[in-house]
Design a protein around this ligand. Structure first.
Ligand code: FAD
Length: 393
């Protein structure tokens, strides 16, 4: 078994590491200052400048296939890139990626939605959650009624990331109420691509994080039949595919932040003297650092193993759920400990720890809560779909 990186992988990671250190981290104080004024931490023009710099060096569309102009990196490489980006809390991402399910678009839709999303001239959002349907996504009630060659959409979506800025939404609606009532979600839900100028509205929701998702309202929004993404009635599988895409990437990003926080805490512990000695010499502090570093290492391998299984074309769902669950729980414990090592300073807005503390909390909620990951993991095990021995058998 060879757990080392290839030279190519090492080179790509090194480029991203240097980019983050030289271009992204120097913006951190400005980002914090803007956020304290309740402004957008990384303004769109600043983000574009960074993305253009990266693109000039070839970093564009990390997961986008090469035929669409992207880098088409492996899942393992994408995870390694995400760890490096996560080392800064600046909300930077490379340009050129599009929602995985947009690749199911037909030719016309690809021109209208997919390619402009990759180019960054259009912004998407993904809307399945409703006030009465979160973890239980099968309970959605937003409806689309057929009238001639049109569909009329009615309903409310909530917590939609990017919903305030999006030009179009991938919205999931019930198109076969009978099948839906009978629990046949595989036939009852359809995904529609709906431009904002069709009439849906959005309202930002304030959260404990630095960016707000939105509530969307569809009140007799009319779209042509050609707005369907994929096939009529087959939308639920697309929704699950979208949600499944990031289960190894979200904890990868959080992992990068945790590495940085442990480094910050170690530096602090060397310099902070109490009762005549640096706190780094106290066992209480050492154990927090030791436990955190161990958990970071365990998470790294859960993430990379899940990503490797994606690359192998294996069924990676169990591995991805484990990475998401462990990442959510452990990163929240780690940020809490590293804030503790900093004492009162950790609690202030002088340092980014309290920001990470707030942001990382989300990892236990979105794209499948801790409880839902545990439910999935236990079900797969108890029904014998997977073995507790993992992919090595
Ligand atoms: C910042 C943010 C961004 C988001 N972005 C998007 C987005 O872009 N698009 C989108 O569609 N959605 C988005 N969501 C929605 C997110 O996916 C849901 O909030 C999440 O799935 C949980 O649903 P819920 O909030 O309705 O909680 P609920 O489903 O009501 O759950 C409440 C609690 O009960 C627990 N629970 C539920 N069912 C069970 C069970 N069977 N067994 C044990 N415990 C259970 C949950 O784990 C949770 O602790 C976002 C949410 C947030 C907060």
């Amino acid at each position: 078994m060879d757990l080392s990186l290839t030279d190519d992988e090492r080179d790509i990671r090194q480029w991203v590491r240097t980019f983050v250190e030289k271009e992204v981290m120097p913006l951190e104080q400005d980002v914090l200052a803007r956020e304290r004024r309740h402004e957008r931490g990384l303004p769109p023009e600043e983000l574009k400048r960074l993305q253009d710099t990266a693109r000039a060096a070839g970093f564009f569309g990390v997961l986008t296939p090469e035929e669409y102009g992207g880098m088409g990196l492996s899942a393992v490489m994408a995870a390694l890139v995400e760890v490096e980006l996560g080392r800064s809390f600046v909300p930077f991402r490379f340009a050129g990626d599009a929602d995985n399910i947009l690749f199911h678009a037909n030719e016309a839709q690809q021109e209208e939605y997919l390619r402009p999303t990759i180019e960054g001239t259009r912004k998407s959002c993904f809307a399945i959650t409703e006030p009465g349907a979160g973890s239980d996504a099968r309970a959605i009630r937003t409806s689309a009624r057929r009238e001639g060659d049109e569909w009329v959409i009615n309903g409310e979506k909530t917590f939609i990331t990017g919903g305030v800025d999006a030009d179009f939404v991938m919205v999931f609606a019930v198109t076969d109420p009978e099948a839906h009532k009978a629990g046949r979600t595989g036939e009852s839900v359809t995904c529609f691509l709906v431009d904002r100028d069709r009439g849906w509205t959005s309202q930002q929701i304030d959260t404990m994080g630095e960016w707000g998702p939105a509530a969307l309202v569809f009140d007799d929004v009319r779209v042509p039949h050609s707005a369907i993404l994929g096939e009529e009635g087959k939308g639920f599988a697309l929704a699950m595919q979208w949600i499944g895409k990031g289960r190894y990437l979200l904890p990868a990003r959080a992992l990068g932040g945790c590495e940085r926080m442990v480094e910050m805490a170690m530096e602090w512990a060397h310099n902070r003297v109490t009762f005549g000695k640096p706190i780094a010499e106290r066992q209480a502090i050492q154990w927090m650092i030791a436990d955190s570093a161990t958990e970071i290492e365990a998470l790294r391998w859960l993430v990379l193993s899940a990503a490797w299984q994606v690359d192998q074309g294996r069924d990676s769902r169990q591995a991805q759920s484990m990475a998401k669950l462990f990442g959510g729980v452990k990163c929240n414990e780690i940020v809490d400990r590293m804030l503790q090592v900093h004492g009162g300073m950790g609690y202030t807005r002088e340092l980014p720890l309290e920001r990470w503390y707030r942001e990382l909390r989300l990892l236990r909620i979105y794209e499948g809560t801790d409880e839902i990951q545990r439910r999935t993991l236990a079900r797969n095990l108890l029904k014998g779909h997977v073995s507790v021995r993992g992919h090595l058998g």
